[in-house]
Design a binder for this molecule. Structure first.
Ligand code: PLP
Length: 427
């Protein structure tokens, strides 16, 4: 959109901008392939000499228009959709790392990201150092090596709800000539826009609030266009030296500010193929149209629920960055003053077994492996998403053994509180 609209308007209207006689609603282009009139026309597309659609594994109009909306919401220059949040995190790192490289990641991250970086990428020769997100600037700097290529962290961590000290992480990354990649899944661009604080790349599991209805697994990568790859050319040869698979094309020369995201699309997506179906992108777009309304309600409800839990005698501790008692309250006020997310972490007096017993007695809130959708749900990370971690790793990841992750939905807050209340009575 030409004019710089507010975020609410972007949620509803960015991306698809129909012209005369075209459908008002984003069309689903459910086609793997696209027609050309001469062989030469199509050849030019393969060489990236001309822009155009030819095969949906690389690009599809429905997917691209939804990516465009997400880029607009984050304030980036371009975005791509992936088939999952995991694929987004993988592509975001692998786009600038290869065997022999090293990355730094906050230890308070989603369990899947922890496995991806700590185990799977290690097998591919990319090493990761996990750092405590609350470590001092000096300690953070100690983790850097000459072969470090990126720093990763979550704006609000899943499930420990650590709010990132952006200034500290941005400064450390840039001081060492590498980009900061932020997983902004929990805060969403409604509550936090990492590029405004200096982050370079944003990733999302769109499966969560963006979709918001728990219907499609998906991911996105957004490029701020701000990182100067050529200023650190020796670190990023994949972007600054010829790509043999495109007759020696150099991404930074050919695509400027969009070098990073273009490489991720035309090289990684071409070769690794983790695209969402256009049908799923269409559903994601429907979710995005109400993201601003839902986030407001999630946050309002979560604040009420967090206050209820905090005042309950059977509750040992509550971590919700919107609570004044939270260690992260000040950081949340600084970086996400309009609200954080609908997820609350808490533990019950009596420890792990009591927490698990409480969850079994919930009626409205369901036990599901999900978070951040319209329906209230609960999960016990130590038994579920993080069960492969040792006690020590759990604590490092900020996951106490008794931690319950409660994802507060957009139902009536009093009904949610009543449900928690009756389950607490029974334990
Ligand atoms: C869920 C999640 C992921 C992984 O996303 P999928 O869509 O499940 O692959 C990554 N990061 C965060 C913060 C998440 O919550």
């Amino acid at each position: 959109m030409g004019k710089e609209y507010s975020i609410e308007t972007k949620c509803v209207q960015s991306g698809w901008e129909p012209k005369k006689g075209e459908p008002r609603v984003l069309p689903i282009i459910q086609s793997t392939t696209f027609k050309y009139e001469t062989s030469d026309q199509m050849g030019k597309l393969f060489d990236l000499e001309e822009e155009g659609y030819f095969y949906t594994r690389l690009q599809n109009p429905t997917n691209d228009l939804v990516a465009k909306k997400i880029a607009d919401l984050e304030g980036g220059v371009a975005a791509m959709l992936t088939s999952s949040g995991q694929a987004a995190n993988y592509f975001a790192v692998f786009n600038i790392c290869e065997t022999g490289d090293h990355v730094i990641c906050s230890s308070a991250v989603y369990g899947g990201t922890f496995n991806l970086l700590g185990i799977t990428l290690k097998k591919m020769g990319i090493e990761c150092t996990f750092v405590d997100p609350d470590a001092s600037y000096e300690e953070l700097c100690c983790a850097f090596r000459p072969n470090t290529k990126a720093v990763l962290a979550e704006s609000i961590s899943n499930p420990s709800l650590v709010v990132l000290d952006f200034d500290k992480f941005v400064k450390a990354a840039h001081e060492h000539g590498v980009p900061l990649i932020i997983d902004n899944t929990f805060a969403t661009p409604i509550n936090c826009r990492p590029f405004e604080f200096g982050a370079d790349i944003v990733v999302h599991s769109t499966t969560k609030y963006m979709d918001g209805h728990a219907v499609c697994v998906g991911g996105a990568i957004v490029d701020s266009g701000n990182f100067d790859w050529e200023a650190h050319a020796e670190k990023f040869p994949g972007l600054t030296t010829p790509d043999e698979s495109y007759h020696g094309l150099i991404y930074t020369k050919a695509f400027g500010k969009q070098a990073y995201i273009t490489k991720a699309v035309v090289q990684l997506m071409r070769d690794l193929g983790s695209i969402p179906s256009p049908q799923n992108a269409f559903l994601l777009n429907l979710g995005l149209e109400t993201l601003h309304l839902r986030m407001k309600q999630h946050c309002e409800n979560a604040e009420k629920v967090a206050r209820f839990l905090e005042n309950h005698e059977k509750v040992a501790w509550v971590n919700y960055p919107g609570l004044k008692s939270s260690k992260y309250y000040d950081l949340a006020q600084k970086y996400m003053p309009n609200g954080t997310c609908g997820v609350i972490a808490f533990g019950l007096k009596g420890g792990r077994d009591v927490s698990v017993g409480f969850m079994d007695r919930l009626k409205l809130a369901a036990i599901v492996t999900h978070v951040a959708d319209a329906r209230t749900c609960a999960l016990h990370p130590a038994s579920h998403t993080h069960r492969q971690l040792s006690e020590e790793q759990l604590l490092e990841a900020g996951v106490q053994p008794d931690l319950i992750r409660l994802s507060v939905g957009i139902e009536n807050a009093d009904d949610i509180i009543d449900d928690l209340s009756q389950a607490l009575e029974l334990v």
